[in-house]
Design a protein around this ligand. Structure first.
Ligand code: NAG
Ligand code: NAG
Ligand code: NAG
Ligand code: NAG
Ligand code: NAG
Ligand code: NAG
Ligand code: NAG
Ligand code: NAG
Length: 591
C-alpha cells in the first residue's frame, strides 16, 4: 500500500515536470510557401552548402592526417592543391554489437581521442559524411544529436550510453514504473495531438534513455532536424549524418527494397520506386502532391523516433515487458499490435501521398511504413554514400552472418543491386562471393575493393565516381566482439571492451600488426583523385595495394572453417584466441 501511494505521488511529480517542457507531441506551425517535397534529382541545397563550407576544414584535416601517415615520396601540399578527396564512413547494423564496435572505430579516427596510438587520428575530422543503420544509427544519431561529443568524452562523462536493458532500466521497481509512466504519457500526448502511434513510439522513447539522456526528459523534445542548430554543425566541423531505413514490403530483398535515408534536412529515397524527398522538419504534415492540405506541423521528427525507425527490428523487445508495470494506454498499444506490424514504424500521414510522378505503392498509401534499415540484407548504409559519389568509403561491418561475425554479405547485396532496376542510381565495385570472403581471409583483416577504377568499365561509364571501399569486418582482437544482436544489456566493463576491440579493428591493433597501416589507408583515400589527375602511385602505395586489395581471385576449394587468432587471421588453432579472452560465447541476455 505504501509503495502504491509513493508511486502515485512520484508519478504526479514526474508528469507535472514533463508537461512544462517541449514534449514529444508534434506542434502546429505556419506553413512555408511551396512544396515540401522534391524530386530526387540532386543533392539537397542546404546539404550542398554544408558540404561546400565544410570542404576547407576537411581538407586541412586530411592534409594533417596524410603528413602524419608518413607517405613515402609523396608531396602532400602539392597534391592537396589539386585534389580534395571526399570520405564517407558507414556503420552497419547489428544492435549494440555494432554500435559499440563502431564507437571504437570512430574513436580511432577522431583526433580528439586521447590515446598513445594515433594511427588514424583525424580521419573523422576529414570526412564529409557518416551513415548509420539500425545499431549503427544509435551511434551516429546519438553522437550527432549530442553536438558530436567524442567517444572519449561520452565515456568520461558517464551520462550517455548506460546500456542497461530498456526492459529493466533501473534497479528499483518504482523507477521502472515511473519510466514507463512517463513514456506512456509522452506517447499519449502525440496520440491526443491527432497522430497515429505505434509500438515504435514507446520503443523509441525507451532507447532515448540510453542515447539522449543528456537532454531534458531524455530527449522527448529533441528533433533530428535540430542537429542543424548544434554548434559543431553550424561550424561545419563534422561529417554530415545520414540514417537509413527500408520501406516495408511483405518480403523485401536487396533487389526490390526501397531504401530510405533520413538526414536532418530530408527523408526520402533515390530509388526509382520513389525518387523523392520531403523536408524532415515538416514530417507529420498532411501533404497532397507535396503541398500542405491543412495545418503544418513540426516536432514529428523526434530523434529517438528516427533512431527507432532505422532499428525497428528491436520493437519486438517490448513484447517482453511485464504488463503489470505499464500504464494501460501503453499496454494496450503494445498488446494490440498485429504480428505483421511489430517491426514497423508508421509515418502517418504519408508525406509522399500522391507526390511521386510514378504511381507507386508508396505514393498511393495513406501511411508510410518503414522498417529496420538492415531488413533487405544491405546491412551497411552504403547507398547514401554511393549516391553522393564520395571517393572512398570506410565500411565498418559488424553484421551477424555466421556466429555473429560478418561474411561479406552486406557488400554482396549492394553489389548485386546495381544490376537491377532499383539500382540504377549508383555503381559499386566488384566483390567476390561469401565463400571467397571467408576462405581468403577477406573477413579477417581490412580489404580494399575497387582499387583500380579502370577495372570498373563493365559497371559504369563514370568509373571515377565509384568509390574505393575499405572493408573493415568485425574480428576479435582483444575481446569476443561477436555478441548476439539481441543482447540488450552491457555492463560498463563489457561496453568498454567492445569499444576497445573496435579501436583495434580500425587501427590494425594500434599499428602493431602493420606499422604502415596509416600510410596504406592514406594511399586508399587519395587513390581516386590520383587516377582522375592521371598521377602514378608511389612504390609504397603499390605495396600497400598488393597487401590490402582484393585481387579478383575466387576461392573454389573446400571450406577452411572458422579459427581465430589474436592477429585476426584465420589459422590452424585449437584455441579461439591465444589469450582466451573472457566474454567468449557469454550466453548474452537476449530478449
Ligand atoms: C590500443 O589503443 C587503445 C586506445 O588507446 C587502448 O585502449 C588499447 O589498449 C590499445 N591496444 C593495444 C593492443 O595496444
Ligand atoms: C494506426 O495505424 C495502424 C497501422 O496502420 C492501425 O492499425 C491503427 O488502427 C491506427 N490507429 C489509429 C488511431 O489511427
Ligand atoms: C521482392 O522480391 C522478393 C524475392 O524475389 C519477392 O518475393 C517479393 O514478392 C518482391 N516484392 C515485390 C513488391 O516485388
Ligand atoms: C553468409 O551470410 C548470409 C547472410 O547472413 C547467409 O545467408 C549465408 O548463408 C552466409 N554464407 C556463408 C558461406 O557463410
Ligand atoms: C575486374 O573486373 C572484372 C569484370 O570486368 C571482375 O570480374 C573482376 O572481379 C574485377 N577485379 C577486381 C580486382 O575487382
Ligand atoms: C589466411 O590466413 C592464414 C593464417 O595466417 C594463412 O595461412 C593463409 O595463407 C591465408 N590465406 C590467404 C589466401 O591469404
Ligand atoms: C580449426 O580448428 C580446429 C580445432 O579447433 C581444427 O580441427 C581445424 O583443422 C582448424 N582449421 C583450420 C583451417 O585451421
Ligand atoms: C562467437 O564466435 C565463436 C567462434 O566462431 C563461436 O564459437 C561463438 O559461439 C560466438 N558467440 C556468439 C554469441 O555467437
Amino acid at each position: 500500500m505504501y509503495l502504491i501511494v509513493q508511486i502515485i505521488l512520484l508519478l504526479q511529480v514526474v508528469l507535472a515536470a514533463t508537461s512544462t517542457s517541449k514534449g514529444y507531441a508534434p506542434f502546429a506551425v505556419s506553413c512555408p510557401a511551396g512544396s515540401l517535397t522534391r524530386d530526387a534529382s540532386g543533392i539537397n541545397s542546404n546539404e550542398k552548402t554544408y558540404i561546400t563550407n565544410r570542404q576547407s576544414m576537411a581538407k586541412s584535416a586530411l592534409a594533417t592526417f596524410l603528413n602524419n601517415a608518413k607517405l613515402k615520396d609523396f608531396d602532400v601540399p602539392s597534391f592537396m592543391k589539386q585534389a580534395s578527396p571526399k570520405i564517407g564512413l558507414a556503420i552497419s547494423g547489428g544492435g549494440y554489437r555494432s554500435m559499440l564496435t563502431g564507437a571504437g572505430e570512430l574513436a580511432a579516427l577522431d583526433s580528439r581521442t586521447s590515446s598513445k596510438d594515433k594511427t588514424l587520428a583525424g580521419i573523422l575530422q576529414a570526412s564529409s559524411y557518416i551513415t548509420g543503420l539500425s545499431g549503427g544509427s544509435w551511434l551516429v544519431g546519438s553522437i550527432a544529436a549530442n553536438n558530436y561529443l567524442s567517444v572519449d568524452k561520452i565515456l568520461a562523462d558517464g551520462n550517455l550510453w548506460n546500456l542497461k536493458s530498456i526492459l529493466n532500466y533501473y534497479s528499483s521497481t518504482i523507477s521502472n514504473v515511473l519510466m514507463w509512466a512517463e513514456i506512456g504519457k509522452q506517447v499519449n500526448d502525440k496520440s491526443k495531438a491527432g497522430f497515429n502511434t505505434s509500438i515504435t513510439d514507446p520503443y523509441s522513447r525507451a532507447i532515448s534513455y540510453q542515447f539522449l539522456s543528456n537532454f531534458n526528459d531524455n530527449g522527448a523534445g529533441v528533433l533530428w532536424s535540430d542537429v542543424t542548430s548544434n554548434s559543431a554543425f553550424r561550424a561545419f566541423q563534422m561529417p554530415f549524418p545520414i540514417l537509413v531505413a527500408d520501406a516495408r514490403d511483405n518480403y523485401i530483398s536487396n533487389l526490390n527494397s526501397t531504401v530510405f535515408e533520413i538526414t536532418p534536412y530530408e527523408l526520402g529515397s533515390w530509388d526509382p520506386s520513389l525518387k523523392s524527398f520531403v523536408q524532415t522538419k515538416y514530417l507529420g504534415t498532411n501533404l497532397d502532391s507535396g503541398k500542405p492540405t491543412g495545418i503544418c506541423y513540426n516536432g514529428y521528427d523526434n530523434t529517438g523516433f528516427v533512431l527507432g525507425t532505422s532499428s525497428s527490428w528491436f520493437n519486438q523487445a517490448l513484447l517482453k515487458l511485464s504488463n503489470s508495470r505499464l500504464p494501460s494506454f501503453l499496454s494496450n498499444l503494445i498488446t494490440s499490435v498485429a504480428t505483421s506490424n511489430i517491426q514497423v514504424a508508421h509515418y502517418k500521414p504519408n508525406p509522399f501521398y500522391k507526390s511521386s510522378k510514378q504511381d507507386t505503392s508508396i505514393s498511393k498509401s495513406s501511411s508510410l511504413d518503414l522498417v529496420d534499415g538492415g531488413e533487405d540484407g544491405q546491412n551497411l548504409p552504403l547507398l547514401p554514400l554511393l549516391n553522393r559519389k564520395v571517393d572512398v568509403i570506410f565500411a565498418y561491418d559488424n553484421s551477424d552472418n555466421i556466429n555473429h561475425w560478418p561474411n561479406g554479405s552486406a557488400l554482396i547485396k549492394t553489389y548485386q543491386r546495381q544490376f537491377v532496376a532499383q539500382g540504377k542510381s549508383f555503381a559499386f565495385p566488384h566483390v567476390p562471393d561469401h565463400k571467397t570472403f571467408r576462405n581468403l581471409n577477406l573477413t579477417s583483416k581490412p580489404v580494399f575493393f575497387g582499387c583500380d577504377a579502370k577495372n570498373l568499365t563493365s559497371l559504369t561509364a563514370n568509373i571515377y565516381d565509384v568509390p574505393l571501399v575499405i572493408y573493415l569486418p568485425n574480428r576479435p582482437f582483444s575481446y569476443w566482439s561477436n555478441t548476439s544482436t539481441a543482447k540488450l544489456e552491457y555492463s560498463i566493463t563489457a561496453r568498454n571492451k567492445m569499444i576497445q576491440n573496435g579501436y583495434e579493428i580500425a587501427t590494425r591493433k594500434n599499428g602493431t600488426l602493420d606499422s604502415e597501416w596509416a600510410a596504406c589507408v592514406g594511399c586508399a583515400i587519395i587513390r581516386r583523385e590520383q587516377e582522375r589527375l592521371g598521377k602514378a602511385q608511389t612504390d609504397q602505395c603499390k605495396q600497400c595495394f598488393k597487401k590490402y586489395c582484393w585481387d579478383g581471385t575466387i576461392y573454389r576449394g573446400a571450406d577452411i572453417g572458422d579459427n581465430y587468432s589474436d592477429t585476426g587471421l584465420t589459422k590452424l588453432a585449437t584455441a579461439y584466441n591465444s589469450q582466451n579472452v573472457a566474454g567468449f560465447n557469454d550466453g548474452s541476455s537476449d530478449f
